[in-house]
Design a protein around this ligand. Structure first.
Ligand SMILES: Nc1ncnc2c1ncn2[C@@H]1O[C@H](COP(=O)(O)OP(=O)(O)OP(=O)(O)O)[C@@H](O)[C@H]1O
Length: 784
C-alpha cells in the first residue's frame, strides 16, 4: 500500500472513530434533553401547587411573592440548561455528518512532537474530556490553518504568541460521516476545494465559508483591536461572508459576556436578511439583530410624516432626469448627506439656546390654554447654561404644574356641567365615597351638594385634561417640524451657521422644494436623518447602550451624515463597516475614492482598514469583463475559475429581445442553474420586463416589499440585487439610453457583478458605452 493510501486509510479510520464517539454523545444528550424537557413540563404543570399563595397581610404577600419568584427561578434555570443542551445537540448532529474539514500538525517551539489539530464548526472532546478530537475553527490555535502554509508559523493566545512549525496542512471533504476526499495543501487554502465550492449552483441561501476562509478574510474575522474596522473590498470578495463569520467568531471569543442580541447588522434590503439568515445557525450560533437603515429611521420617526422610501428616491434619480427641479433635488440630496450640513445643524442648535425655539400652543377645546409664546418665554427665562434637552424637561414639569392650576379654573365652565350630567351612577358613587372617607360632609345639604359638584367637576376636567398631560409628557409642545422648516424659510439664514463652506448653487430652489414637501407632511429621504438628528439633539439623544457590535454592510451607500448619526446612536459599540466604493449607487455618493470621511469618525488610532482585492463570486471571464468598467479595476484579482465569456446581444426590436431572453432563460435552466435573475435598471423597467416575460417563463417580480430570497427566475431592479448573487444574470437593457450617464456606471457594474457563472447582456439601439469601451475579446458579441 502506498503512503498515500495508508494516510487515507488512517484518516478514514479516524473519521469513523470520531463519528462513533459523536453518535454516542448525541444519544446521551438526546436522553438528557428529553429528561430536562420532562422536568420543565412537570414544573410548569405543578407551578401553583408548589407555591403558597396568601395575600392576607403584607408579610404573607411578601412570602407569596418570594415563593413565586423562587419557583420561577427554578423553571428558568431548567429552561436555560435545556437551551444549552439543545444547542449542543444541534452542533453535534452537524459534526456527526462532517466532523472536521481541516487538519494541521503543529510543533510548538521546544516541544518534541507535533500536535495534530483537527478543525470543525465546533469543538469536541473525547469521553474523558482530556483530548480535543475536534477544535472549533475559532479557537486561537485554529488561526494557524488560515494564516500559514507548512513551515514556520505562530498564533496569538491571550497569554502571548506561540511560535513553532507547521508540519502538515490537510483538507477534507466529509459528507454523512464518510471521507470523500483529502488533499494536502500549500500556500493558500486549497484552490481545489475552493474551486469545488465556488463552482456549485446557488440555492438562494448564503453558505458559511469556514472551511475555505482566506488569509486576508481571516484578519477581518479576528481583528478586534480597534473601535472601527473598515473593509473596502471588490465585488464578490467575501465582505458579507467575512462579516458573518466574524459575528460567529465574536460570539465564540466573548461567550459568556456577549449575546447575539447585542450585535446589530444593518443590511441593504429586507430580502438580504432572508438570503443570509442560515449562515449563523449553520455554524451553531443564533442570528444577530438585523434591520435596514430605512426600517430603523422610519421606526424612530413614528408616523407623523410620510417618509419617502430610499428606493423611491433612487427611482426618482434614475428616471426623472428630465423633470423640472431635478438638478436642485439631486444637489440637495448630496448636500444634505454631507457633514457640512451636519455642522450647520449643530451651529443652528447652538443658536437655539439663545433664541428661535419653536413651540406649539397647548390647546383645549379649541382654546389656547398656554401659548407657544408663553412657553418660549419660559424657556428663555431659564439659565442659559442649561442644555436644551434639560430645559425641555423642566418646561414639561412646569407645564404639568400649570395644567393643574388651569384645571381648577376650568371647573366653573358650562361644558363641565354638561359633562357631569353625562356621568354614570358609578362615578357619583365613587365621589360620594371619597367625600365620606375624607369626612367632608357637613350635614348641610346645600354645602354637601356644592362639594359634591366641585369634586365631580374636577374629576371631569382631569379626565379631559389627560390627553393634554400625555402630550406634555411626550414633549409634543416642541414643534420639531417648525424647527426644521425654519432652516429653509429664509435661504440666507443658514449662511449665518456656516464657516467658509459653500452652499450649493441651487440652494434657494432646494429650500423651496423642502418646504413644499414638509407642508404636505412628507419627509423626503434626504431629510429623514437630518430631521431625526435635529429632533434627537433637541430632546436628548436616545442611544442604544447595550449594543456592543454594529455591522454595516454595503457601507458605500451610507452618507457621512448617516455615519455620524450611527456613531452617536451606538456609543458603546465597535463598528465593522464593509463596502465597495465602485458599487456606490445612491445619489448622495460623493465619488470619493476611499472611506476617508468614515475613517475620520473615530480617528486614526482607533481605525483599522483592510482591503480585499480577490474576487470569488464570478468566473474569471466575468471578473475580467466587469473589472474593465471601473477605475482601478485592474487591481481586482479574479479567483481562477473558468467559465464562458459574457455575451452581449443586440436585439432587433422588443419582440426579438423578449424572445431571446426567454430562450436564454430556458438554456440556463437546462444547464442546471437554479437561481437566475433578469436585472433591470429600475422598478419601472422591472415591471415592464416581468409583464412581457411572464407570458413564456415562470418568474417572480422582486420589489421593495419582497422579504424572501428563493431559487428560481427573478426580475429585479439592480439596486435590490445589492449584496446577493445568482448563477446566471441577464441584463435586460444594456443600451446607451439606460446606462449612458457617468452616474449610471456604478449601478451597471453592480448589476453585472451579481453573476456567479454566466452573464448575458441584451440591448436595442446602441450599446452602453461602459461595454463599448471594453476590449472586444472580453465578451462574445452577438448581433441580431
Ligand atoms: N473564502 C471563501 N470560500 C468560499 N467561498 C467564498 C469565500 N469568500 C467568498 N466566497 C463566496 O464568494 C461569493 C461572494 O461573497 P460575498 O457575497 O461575501 O462578497 P461581497 O464582497 O459581500 O460581495 P458584494 O460586495 O459584491 O455584494 C459568495 O458566494 C461567497 O460564498
Amino acid at each position: 500500500m502506498s503512503l498515500e493510501d495508508q494516510d487515507r486509510r488512517a484518516e478514514q479510520e479516524r473519521v469513523e472513530r470520531v463519528v462513533g464517539e459523536i453518535a454516542r454523545r448525541v444519544s446521551y444528550l438526546q436522553q438528557h434533553v428529553s429528561d430536562i424537557q420532562a422536568d420543565i413540563v412537570q414544573i410548569r404543570r405543578n407551578f401553583w401547587d408548589d407555591v403558597t399563595v396568601n395575600f392576607d397581610d403584607d408579610i404573607e404577600a411578601a412570602e407569596t411573592y418570594a415563593s413565586i419568584k423562587q419557583q420561577a427561578e427554578v423553571l428558568s434555570e431548567r429552561e436555560r440548561v435545556h437551551r444549552h443542551a439543545h444547542n449542543q445537540l444541534k452542533t453535534l448532529k452537524r459534526l456527526q455528518k462532517s466532523p472536521y474539514f481541516g487538519r494541521i500538525d503543529f510543533r510548538a517551539e521546544g516541544e518534541g512532537e507535533a500536535e495534530q489539530i483537527y478543525l470543525g464548526i465546533g469543538s469536541f472532546l473525547d469521553e474523558k474530556e482530556e483530548e480535543f478530537l475536534v477544535y472549533d475553527w475559532r479557537a486561537p490555535v485554529s488561526s494557524l490553518y488560515y494564516d500559514y502554509s507548512p513551515g514556520p508559523a505562530a498564533y496569538e493566545t491571550p497569554s502571548g504568541t506561540i511560535q513553532g512549525t507547521m508540519e502538515l496542512k490537510r483538507q477534507f471533504i466529509i459528507r454523512d460521516g464518510e471521507l470523500l476526499s483529502l488533499f494536502d495543501t500549500g500556500v493558500t487554502i486549497g484552490d481545489e476545494l475552493l474551486q469545488q465550492v465556488l463552482g456549485k449552483q446557488a440555492d438562494g441561501q448564503m453558505k458559511s465559508i469556514v472551511a475555505t476562509i482566506q488569509k486576508e478574510q481571516n484578519r477581518i474575522i479576528r481583528d478586534v483591536r480597534k473601535r472601527l474596522l473598515i473593509v473596502q473590498g471588490a465585488a464578490g470578495s467575501g465582505k458579507t461572508s467575512a462579516a458573518l463569520q466574524r459575528v460567529a467568531y465574536l460570539l465564540y471569543r466573548y461567550r459568556g459576556t456577549l449575546q447575539s442580541e447585542q450585535i446589530v447588522l444593518f443590511s441593504p434590503n429586507p430580502m438580504f436578511n432572508s438570503y443570509i439568515s442560515t449562515v449563523l445557525p449553520e455554524l451553531g450560533e443564533e442570528n444577530m439583530q438585523q434591520t435596514t437603515y430605512q426600517e430603523y429611521v422610519q421606526h424612530r420617526l413614528g408616523d407623523r410624516f410620510q417618509v419617502e422610501d430610499r428606493f423611491a428616491q433612487m427611482e426618482y434619480i434614475y428616471t426623472a432626469a428630465k423633470e423640472p427641479g431635478y438638478e436642485a433635488r439631486a444637489a440637495g440630496i448630496r448636500y444634505k448627506a454631507s457633514t457640512a450640513w451636519l455642522r450647520v445643524i449643530d451651529a443652528y442648535l447652538e443658536s437655539l439656546r439663545e433664541h428661535g425655539m419653536c413651540f406649539r400652543d397647548l390647546k383645549f377645546r379649541g382654546r389656547t390654554l398656554i401659548s407657544a409664546q408663553a412657553i418660549a418665554q419660559r424657556f428663555y427665562e431659564m439659565d442659559a447654561s442649561l442644555r436644551i434637552p434639560n430645559r425641555i424637561r423642566l418646561l414639561a414639569e412646569w407645564l404639568l404644574g400649570e395644567l393643574k392650576q388651569l384645571a381648577k379654573k376650568e371647573i366653573s365652565r358650562p361644558w363641565v356641567d354638561e359633562a357631569i350630567e353625562l356621568l354614570d351612577r358609578d362615578d357619583y358613587q365613587r365621589v360620594y365615597q371619597q367625600l365620606r372617607s375624607k369626612k367632608q360632609f357637613t350635614g348641610e345639604t346645600f354645602n354637601d351638594f356644592d362639594r359634591e359638584r366641585e369634586m365631580l367637576a374636577l374629576r371631569v376636567v382631569q379626565e379631559h385634561f389627560a390627553p393634554l398631560r400625555k402630550r406634555v409628557k411626550r414633549h409634543a409642545f416642541v414643534d420639531h417640524t417648525a424647527l426644521y422648516r425654519q432652516l429653509f424659510e429664509d435661504p440666507e439664514r443658514v449662511r449665518g451657521y456656516m464657516g467658509s463652506e459653500e452652499l450649493p448653487a441651487e440652494w434657494a430652489e432646494i429650500c423651496r422644494q423642502t418646504l413644499e414637501s414638509l407642508s404636505r407632511m412628507e419627509l423626503r429621504w434626504e431629510d429623514a436623518t437630518p430631521f431625526l438628528y435635529l429632533r434627537e439633539r433637541v430632546e436628548g439623544f436616545q442611544t442604544h447602550t447595550a449594543i456592543r457590535h454594529v455591522f454595516i454592510d454595503e457601507a458605500q451607500d451610507y452618507s457621512p451624515f448617516q455615519f455620524a448619526f450611527l456613531k452617536r446612536l451606538f456609543p458603546h459599540a465597535r463598528l465593522t463597516v464593509l463596502g465597495d466604493l465602485n458599487q456606490a449607487i445612491y445619489a448622495h455618493a460623493t465619488g470619493g475614492d476611499d472611506f476617508a470621511e468614515l475613517a475620520a469618525l473615530y480617528g486614526e488610532e482607533e481605525t483599522e482598514k483592510i482591503i480585499l482585492t480577490r474576487s470569488y463570486r464570478s468566473t474569471r471571464p466575468i471578473v475580467l469583463f466587469t473589472s474593465g468598467m471601473i477605475p482601478g479595476g485592474d487591481e481586482i484579482e479574479p479567483f481562477n475559475r473558468d467559465g464562458k465569456k459574457p455575451t452581449v446581444t443586440r436585439a432587433r426590436d422588443r419582440a426579438d429581445l423578449i424572445a431571446r431572453i426567454s430562450e436564454r432563460i430556458g438554456e440556463l435552466q437546462s444547464e442546471g442553474h437554479r437561481t437566475i435573475a433578469v436585472i433591470c435598471k429600475t422598478a419601472e423597467e422591472s415591471r415592464e420586463a416581468y409583464e412581457a416575460l411572464r407570458q413564456t417563463v415562470a418568474l417572480r417580480l422582486i420589489d421593495t416589499e419582497t422579504v424572501s430570497f428563493e431559487e428560481g427566475v427573478h426580475v429585479i431592479p439592480a439596486y435590490l440585487a445589492k449584496g446577493v448573487e445568482f448563477d446566471g444574470v441577464i441584463l435586460y437593457d444594456a443600451s446607451r439610453e439606460q446606462y449612458g450617464r457617468e452616474q449610471e456606471r456604478k449601478l451597471f457594474y453592480t448589476a453585472c457583478t451579481r453573476a456567479m457563472h454566466e452573464l448575458h447582456l441584451y440591448y436595442r439601439g446602441e450599446m452602453t458605452p461602459f461595454v463599448a469601451a471594453l476590449q472586444a475579446e472580453l465578451y462574445e458579441d452577438v448581433q441580431g
